[in-house]
Design a protein around this ligand. Structure first.
Ligand SMILES: [Mg+2]
Length: 245
């Protein structure tokens, strides 16, 4: 066992969650004031705006840093103001304002909790893992230095992994709660060698003295990020790395 910390992002590294994000953020916009109690008795109406809309949603996905950003994506697409760069999207987030983003964030968690409680099979079906990831995670289940580091709350990650047969220890799922990922890496790993794998380039620091950062190419890495020629891994390379730990 190599004595190294490993931090894995969740959405876009472990889990291909775009359908979940598409559906939950769309539901939130369609039922802004709902308490989601109706989910106890029936499935939510699915968001179906056609394939072209979905393709546009996917094109913007690389600019997402946190769950509430998806709500803003839907709003921009509906107004035919598709952001063309990270900078343009960040400007739209700024315009939305911190208070509204916080509101979306809280409401999305209430919605997710309700879906997980009452429509668990449907919600799980929106959260497939990337091929080979479940087996790779199982192979490092007993390595206490392999952790998941995500902007998504730990309880949802644990539930998704369990659904896919991976009983991952809760204490090895770190929720950023608004903090920079690299600051959490520094706190946990200190001066020990570590690796951080993430598909959002802004979470990575390629000149970090102790942490090897790798851009995950199988996830939602943006075209701009891919063109920067930074250290990156394919899914196969990441699986190989995990298998060798
Ligand atoms: Mg990600």
């Amino acid at each position: 066992m190599i004595n190294e910390w490993v931090f894995l992002d969740f959405d876009g590294v472990v889990c291909d969650s775009i359908e979940e994000c598409f559906q939950t953020s769309g539901l939130l916009l369609n039922f802004p004031q709902d308490d989601w109690g109706f989910l106890a008795g029936q499935q939510p109406p699915l968001i179906d705006l056609g394939e072209e809309y979905k393709a546009r949603f996917r094109r913007v996905r690389p600019y997402i840093r946190s769950g509430e950003d998806y709500v803003v994506v839907h709003r921009l697409l509906e107004q035919h103001q598709d952001p063309q760069s990270q900078k343009a999207f960040d400007a739209a987030l700024e315009q939305e304002g911190q208070a509204r983003l916080e509101f979306y964030k809280k409401r999305l968690y209430v919605l997710r909790e309700s879906l997980l409680k009452w429509q668990s099979d449907l919600w799980m079906s929106w959260n497939p893992l990337y091929p080979g990831i479940a087996e790779a995670l199982k192979s490092v289940l007993n390595n206490p230095r392999v952790v998941i580091l995500s902007t998504k709350k730990a309880e949802f990650i644990a539930a998704i992994l369990k659904f896919h047969g991976v009983v991952w220890p809760a204490e090895r799922i770190f929720y950023t709660n608004g903090r920079a990922k690299i600051a959490i890496v520094d706190e946990v790993a200190g001066r020990s060698a570590s690796t951080l794998v993430d598909d959002q380039i802004d979470h990575l620091d390629f000149s970090h003295p102790f942490c090897r950062c790798r851009l995950a190419l199988w996830g939602y890495a943006s075209k701009e990020a891919r063109e920067k020629d930074v250290p990156s891994w394919t899914l196969e390379q990441a699986l190989e790395f995990l298998r060798e730990l």
